[in-house]
Design a binder for this molecule. Structure first.
Ligand SMILES: *Cc1c(COP(=O)(O)O)cnc(C)c1O
Length: 216
């Protein structure tokens, strides 16, 4: 079964990297997957999922949480400023803090509610113009500014450019995180999570390798 295969592959990659067993969190990326596939992985006992779209997650997770109890759901897709409030209500972590205007909105809402999901700063390590994320040269200042707003920034996240060796991007993100005292690294997807684990990933985001191909 795909899910247990992935767990074995994670355990092997942790061991090869000399890392503690269980040090890598598997985020099962359930975006656009049929509910039956998601329910099967919940039945297997998995309790950490990732979604890309606020609206899709709003339609799906309240019901699953009623049925299966406590389930952590992380937002891994871009967050529009006008969706910040529902996102804070729904998600346990947001991996896509990628601009000052969003940081300001989250900080204001966090003060109102007295709580905030854990945050990862998304870094555009490939410096791709069409891709979201803070440029590497701006990352230190952005992280400092987010912390000055009292935001709970706990890690950094990247999506390496398609068709490139992801390893240098993972290494670059790890250096940015380390020099900023960030302990969590959200990196690695179905095709490259073992490489990400070798570079220190603490949160891997795996969709199709668990659930099968997405049919949009
Ligand atoms: C969809 C998505 C994933 C999962 O991709 P797979 O290749 O299916 O594992 C991971 N991270 C982000 C940001 C995504 O949008």
């Amino acid at each position: 079964m795909a899910y247990s295969d992935i767990l074995h592959r994670i355990a092997s990659a942790e061991a090869r990297a000399g890392r503690a067993a269980g040090s890598v969190h598997l985020i099962a990326v359930s975006k656009v997957q049929p509910d039956a596939r998601v329910a099967a992985v919940l039945q297997d006992g998995h309790r950490l999922f990732g979604e890309n779209y606020v609206q899709e997650a709003q339609g799906k997770w309240p019901g699953f949480r009623d049925t299966f109890g406590r389930v952590a759901v992380h937002l891994i897709g871009p967050l529009q400023t006008n969706k910040a409030k529902p996102a804070m209500d729904l998600f346990d972590a947001i991996h896509t803090l990628d601009r000052p205007s969003l940081a300001q909105r989250l900080a204001r809402l966090a003060q109102e509610r007295g709580a905030c999901p854990d945050l990862f700063v998304q870094v555009n390590t490939g410096e791709e113009p069409q891709k979201a994320g803070i440029l590497p040269a701006d990352a230190d200042a952005f992280i400092r500014a987010a912390r000055a707003l009292d935001l709970p920034v706990i890690g950094a996240m990247c999506i390496p450019p398609e068709g490139e060796d992801p390893a240098p991007h993972f290494a670059h993100l790890a250096r940015i995180a380390e020099r900023n005292g960030l302990l969590n690294l959200s990196m690695g997807m179905s095709g490259d999570f073992e490489t990400a684990i070798a570079h220190g990933a603490t949160h891997i985001r795996v969709g199709s390798a668990i659930f099968g191909a997405r049919t949009y």
